[in-house]
Design a protein. Structure first.
Length: 256
């Protein structure tokens, strides 16, 4: 076991399932104490309990990343439980199935508020405590869908594309502002990953994989651990000279 995050406290949003859950488990296995947050309190506690059962340290908090007071309470939970905060994973996100023609203002606002505003708000609330703890690192979640439009039907999801397309520049802006506080900021752009976030059965069907192989150089759907590994590395001292970047973890999707 590599304890690359020993004596550090991490806060992970959207950690009740998928990439957030796997990232929380990985960070804990590498020595981090983890504040597991999710809008679903039961899912957050489930992840935290899995970590504790495996011998790690974790507490859970119900957090809607659109609600400043809930975010602030989670940050303070890290401080009151373990004395500080060093690492932040801005993972919480969602999508609704809307093309331009049927996209509503409500759907636009929901996706932009969670995926984009949420990352800014959580970073803003966490930064001062991270600075007081001596600095650290932040990793946000973008997407290949913030770089190219992924579609096999001719329709897109404009609100989701816009929300994720904003993350690389938000990342750069945060990296500039937080550098004097000894905080690095990067983001990861996942390609197709096997989570509940998309229709896994359809994507991995023979027809779905035929479409995916037109773009993927590595002919498999990614796993949450693929993304968690990249996040853990960017948070670690091994990446201490890296800030302000977007790292695609996409099986070669963006290569052609």
């Amino acid at each position: 076991m590599t304890l690359r995050h020993a004596e550090r406290t991490a806060l992970v949003t959207g950690a009740g399932s998928g990439i957030g859950k796997e990232t929380s488990r990985l960070l804990a296995s590498q020595g981090a104490r983890v504040v597991v947050t999710d809008i679903d309190a039961g899912l957050a506690e489930g992840t935290a309990q899995e970590i504790r059962d495996a011998g790690g340290e974790a507490v859970a908090a119900q957090v809607d990343v659109r609600e400043r007071e809930q975010v602030r309470a989670a940050v303070q939970l890290a401080v009151s439980t373990w004395g500080g905060l060093h690492l932040l994973v801005n993972n919480a996100g969602l999508v609704t199935r809307h093309s331009l023609a049927d996209l509503t203002e409500e759907a636009w606002d929901l996706v932009m508020d969670v995926n984009t505003k949420g990352q800014w708000l959580v970073a803003q609330e966490a930064a001062e405590e991270m600075a007081a703890s001596g600095g650290g690192a932040i990793v946000g979640l973008s997407s290949v869908e913030g770089i190219v439009i992924v579609t096999s039907t001719g329709t897109a999801q404009p609100h989701y594309n816009a929300s994720k397309g904003a993350i690389p520049l938000l990342t750069k802006a945060l990296a500039v502002e937080l550098a004097p506080k000894n905080i690095r900021v990067n983001c990861v752009a996942p390609g197709p990953i096997a989570t509940d976030f998309f229709d896994y059965a359809a994507v991995t069907s023979p027809e779905g994989m035929e479409f995916m192989k037109q773009r993927l150089l590595i002919h498999r759907v990614g796993q949450p651990r693929d993304i968690a590994n990249a996040i853990s590395w960017l948070l670690s001292d091994e990446a201490s000279f890296i800030t302000g970047i977007q790292l695609p973890v996409d099986g070669g999707w963006l290569t052609r």
